[in-house]
Design a protein around this ligand. Structure first.
Ligand SMILES: [Mn+2]
Length: 319
């Protein structure tokens, strides 16, 4: 098993006066059961991601493609959590890239890939803030809790465990990545959009004490209110925010190209508003874009929606 990184010639140590963005592709697929998630970064680029971010005035200061090991774990290894050594290797490589990108002052955007990507990206962000003795918050958009442990998981898929791992629960090889745990402060951790939880996840959410806004909360109070509260929690006295955006938080009518769709999701306008509010907060320093599965998409509809939404998180306005 070997994890190598390919770095583009566009890398520069002189971002100049413009704000810069680092694009870190980590096309993980072994965190879930649908291999097509590995096509996510390519589909986002085909949908114009790089050009659209540049058009917003950002310098793309760093583009890294983290290569993913071809592993027999895909064919079923058994055990409680699948492909942990392989995901751990990729997580280490991604964590290094996220830390290094944040050090340059760039906004680090990790392109997945399934949501096991967050193990590495959050670890990298956590190390960056920890080294500076600063705190950060997390807003995790998802239809699911992603807060299973190997004991509670019905599938053994690590893409459903990333939040638990980052809060210090689960397979030690992932929990102890970079030598410290937990990566997140539960009092500054917020879930938004959940509607499909496994039984054990409800219990863990209550135990760890994170704030979770369900789709019912969004329906009752509106996205604006939910995001104001999310920012009050995750954005309180922090040096930055990490946003983990699982595309399956969107309704499948909006974004059908995901591995684990769940009906009754966030619509396009709600998501755009949420991301506009995050941009206005000026706190977002790192972003995951995960679970886009081009093999299940409808004529690249979900990829285009994702690029459009990401633009709003980076400052695109309607007027
Ligand atoms: Mn997820």
């Amino acid at each position: 098993m070997q994890v190598t990184k390919r770095q583009s010639a566009s890398e520069t140590s002189n971002p100049g006066s413009r704000e810069s963005v680092a694009l870190l592709s980590a096309p993980l697929y072994m965190g879930g059961k649908h291999r097509g998630a590995s096509l996510g970064p390519a589909a986002l680029k085909v949908a114009g991601l790089v050009e659209r971010i540049s058009d917003l005035g950002y310098e793309i200061s760093r583009q890294v493609d983290i290569s993913i090991p071809e592993s027999v774990c895909w064919w079923e290894k058994g055990g409680a959590a699948r492909c942990v050594p392989e995901i751990g290797q990729v997580s280490l490589a991604l964590a290094d890239e996220v830390s290094a990108s944040l050090e340059t002052g760039a906004i680090a955007i990790a392109l997945g890939g399934d949501h096991s990507l967050a193990v590495g990206s959050i670890a990298g962000a956590a190390r960056y803030y920890r080294d500076k003795k600063k705190s950060f918050g997390l807003i995790w958009f998802d239809a699911h809790g992603d807060i299973n442990t190997p004991e509670t998981s019905p599938s053994g898929n690590v893409h459903g465990m990333g939040l638990a791992v980052s809060l210090g629960r689960g397979d030690k090889r992932l929990v102890d990545l970079l030598g410290f745990s937990p990566k997140l402060d539960p009092s500054k951790t917020v879930l938004v959009g959940i509607r499909d939880l496994d039984p054990g996840e409800r219990k863990i959410i209550a135990e760890v004490g994170i704030k979770a806004f369900t789709m019912s909360d969004i329906d009752r109070h509106g996205m604006e209110n939910v995001m104001e509260r999310a920012l009050q929690i995750a954005g309180k006295d922090v040096a930055g925010l990490h946003v983990s955006l699982d595309i399956d938080v969107l309704d499948p009518d909006v974004a059908p190209g995901v591995s684990t769709p769940a009906v009754g999701g966030v619509n396009f306008r709600e998501m755009r508003l949420a991301l506009e509010m995050l941009y206005i907060s000026k706190l977002v320093r790192s972003i995951d874009v995960v679970e886009l599965n081009p093999a299940l998409d409808d004529r690249s509809k979900s990829a285009h929606v994702t690029v459009e939404l990401l633009e709003h998180c980076l400052g695109k306005t309607l007027l």
